[in-house]
Each structure stands twice: as C-alpha cells, then as structure tokens.
Write a protein that binds this ligand. Structure first.
Ligand code: ZN
Ligand code: ZN
Length: 68
C-alpha cells in the first residue's frame, strides 16, 4: 500500500499513511503506530474517544501536560 502526496497535517513531509478514520494523509511524524491512525484521531481517542463522556482534567497524558 503506498500513499502519494503530502502530509495533510504539516503539509511539508511526504505522506506515508492514510488514516482509516478520517482519510487524512499523514507523514511518519503525524502517524500513530499504536492506534494506526493519524495524529489528530489518535489525540482524539486519547482524550476519551468519540464524544462519549466528558473530558476530565486528570485524564490528560503526562506528555500532553505542560509543566512549569
Ligand atoms: Zn506531517
Ligand atoms: Zn485521522
């Protein structure tokens, strides 16, 4: 399976994958191997999924949190 075109997230790198969820083309930097989704959909899932339930402040991933 090959994808032709630029990553639709950064529009700089060549896309290596296309997201099965939203169809976005994603380069390696914007592809989530674990979820096999683009970075945008992976981020949505990590926040609690598709409009199911509410986002809780303590639900944040450690690497998403800015520490001062
Ligand atoms: Zn990209
Ligand atoms: Zn996606």
């Amino acid at each position: 399976m090959s994808v032709t075109g630029l990553c639709q997230i950064c529009e700089q790198n060549e896309a290596e994958h296309s997201c099965p969820n939203c169809g976005t083309l994603a380069c390696e930097n914007h592809w989530d191997e674990e979820n096999a989704l683009c970075a945008q959909c992976a981020a949505t899932i990590q926040r609690g999924g598709r409009d199911e339930g509410q986002v809780q402040p303590d639900d944040l991933d450690d690497d998403e949190v800015m520490r001062f």
